[in-house]
Ligand binder design. Sequence first.
Ligand code: ACO
Length: 320
Amino acid sequence: MSIFSRIAGTGSYLPAKVLTNKDLEGAVETSDEWIFSRTGIRQRHIAGEGEFASDLALQASRHALEAAGVTPAELSLIIVATTTPDMVFPSTACILQAKLGAKTCPAFDVQAVCSGFVYALTTADHFMRSGQYQNILVVGAEVYSRILDWEDRTTCVLFGDGAGAVVLKRSDAPGILSSHLHADGSHAHILSVPGSVSGGKISGRPLLQMEGNAVFKFAVRVLEEVAEEALAANRMEKSQIDWLIPHQANIRIIQATAKKLNLPMSKVVTTVDRHANTSAASVPLALDTAVRDGRICGGQHVLLEGVGGGFTWGALMVRM
Ligand code: ACO
């Protein structure tokens, strides 16, 4: 009998503090009109002082575990996707494991920037198919507010903090139908945080920098390509996608992708207006939003898509 993964529960968490575009008008030379018309973003959530990626991950994980009916002790693996870990090491996944009280199950981080959750979910699915695992927790958690230059209006208006999680259960039927990952390191320079820890000091500039136009064009192209790849692998027509959940970077990237796939926006889950770009957390946050408000139901086909720094990109076709 074949072994598959099924999404048994979803959860998410957003920090209490909300920063609106209006609030940003006082900090940098920008306007709600500029931000909303170029990005679709109205507000973002910002982690409190002393609130780390593992804290956001903990809350999202608890919601996902509860929804799945799985206890921390029953987890056989924890994977956290994050670009903003609590510290250099231990991994945020190990810190989360301790906070959950999940004891000795393996735990590790995946670093693929805004594709992080898609990479982590794919990794979890492959572990599951090995037959050695029963319940896997996959989390995307970010505190991008810590790596932004709050004086750079071209980047600081785009991002927010948050976490989303899913619990995968071993199943005889899919579940995750297929996954498709890609990377091209030759585009590293168009989106990066070019800093590191060296000799007890920070070397380089540990703040996000981006060539916005280049990122925009790259994202639209690869999101269409990888969606076509997922459809072909499953011999599916575009019309068979019930829900598209793309990485939530910018409403114009999402609209352009939906148009290329002939999907009406009514079939696309968008949270970018309220959450902004939460990097590895954006896809599981959007998934949980649409599961909990009843839009996504059992048996439906959902296409999850990520794209981000590296450059990395990927997709999963999922039957809920
Ligand atoms: N407020 C007001 N004016 C601004 C702001 C701001 N926040 N930011 C830039 N401007 C100005 C620029 O300085 C420029 O002024 P100028 O003409 O006097 O030089 C003008 O607005 C136009 O700037 P552009 O960069 O050409 O604006 P564009 O329409 O391309 O929009 C944006 C910029 C929103 C960043 C767009 O390129 C984009 O969405 N790119 C995708 C980037 C993205 O989503 N990245 C997320 C991370 S990557 C990922 O998750 C995959």
